[in-house]
Design a protein around this ligand. Sequence first.
Ligand code: NAD
Length: 403
Amino acid sequence: MQEAAEELASLESRTTGKPLKQGRSDAAALARYFEYYGGSADKLHGETLPYGTGMTVLTIREPHGVTGHIVPWNYPMQIFGRSVGAALAAGNACVVKPAEDACLSLLRVAELAAEVGLPEGALNIVTGLGHEAGSALAMHAGVDHISFTGSPVTGSRVAQAAAAHHCPVTLELGGKSPQVVFADADLDSAVPVLVSAIMQNAGQTCSAGSRLLVERAIYEEVLGRVGAAIRVLKVGPALEDLDLGPLIRRSQQQRVWDFLSQAQADGIAVAAQGEIVEHAPEGGFYQAPTLLRDVPPAHAIAQQEIFGPVLAAMPFDSEEQAIAMANGTPYGLVAGVWTRDGGRQMRLARRLNCGQVFINNYGAGGGIELPFGGVKSSGYGREKGFEALAGFTRLKTIAIRHG
Ligand code: NAD
């Protein structure tokens, strides 16, 4: 994968529309997942348990058998790496259904796997439409575990189909993740991260920091600085390697436009917008990065996953209110907190209802070693890190009476 990184990056960039530098970083992450999980394969073991005189009880971790992996279009290589890398290391055979919009990089990875001698049948890629190939995979009685990343609606369908044959499921369903900025924050460090956390991959990131909650005393200053950073962002063709490429497809562009029209109709002001380069091809799925201000916390813009380069800013007046707002959506995937107050850092880390909390940094897409996953409509189960290996195994308890 490392040797083929440039080819993989280019395939990913051309099929998803992401800038080449993002494709390169996704190719590097893919290789790193396999390095990380490859190293874990001989470190996965059970335990012995104390259980009375004359008894020895031990647990062993066995693979599920056949694992199904339904992969979305936003980060095909990264999402493949995190779930297939762990599943293979745990001893499963994998059947992967890539997204219909972007499957070429994964087909190339399958060729590479065959070239380096991965046992036949260990990795299988089945392309096709979600409601055909994806649905068939979720319903198949020969599949022993499903790992799904995508939208909440499809996630529920997959879980229902899998439930019919009592198949365990891991769901990673996106979010509406808050970045909470207190008045004592180091803004020089925070501002570039507040912007990249949402604008990376044109906002089409499940863990995007799409809500900006700012303590009122510094609200105007933060909006000014974040707005200035957004205004200089350039959007254009993927292979030109600008800050943002196009969105994945027409329907995704329309989805973003619908949210923005609703915002406009409801009087929500645009505080700043980036620029689509003049020579961008007519009819491309481009969307200028947009900062919206004073978004009412209950508005759809602040509640629903837009999956585009749109940051919703809103002020808060107290720590308690910030926590309530941060937790006040159907989602709970990631949160960012910016403050120098150590007590406050821990209070928020404990009370934010989500799977990952980043203090004075933000980890959209990063952290191969860090367990990742959501609560509420963001899904359940954990991927990444050693925690994922537990999910791709089933524990067997063996109790021996030997006197
Ligand atoms: P989706 O959930 O429909 O598709 C994700 C994957 O599921 C694709 O591989 C698709 O082919 C497959 N799929 C679709 N229908 C299926 C079915 N009935 N059974 C089994 N598999 C099926 O997502 P989408 O329509 O491409 O995007 C819609 C929205 O989902 C986006 O706007 C965004 O909000 C969200 N999304 C989230 C993530 C994420 O990383 N959490 C990724 C992609 C999309």
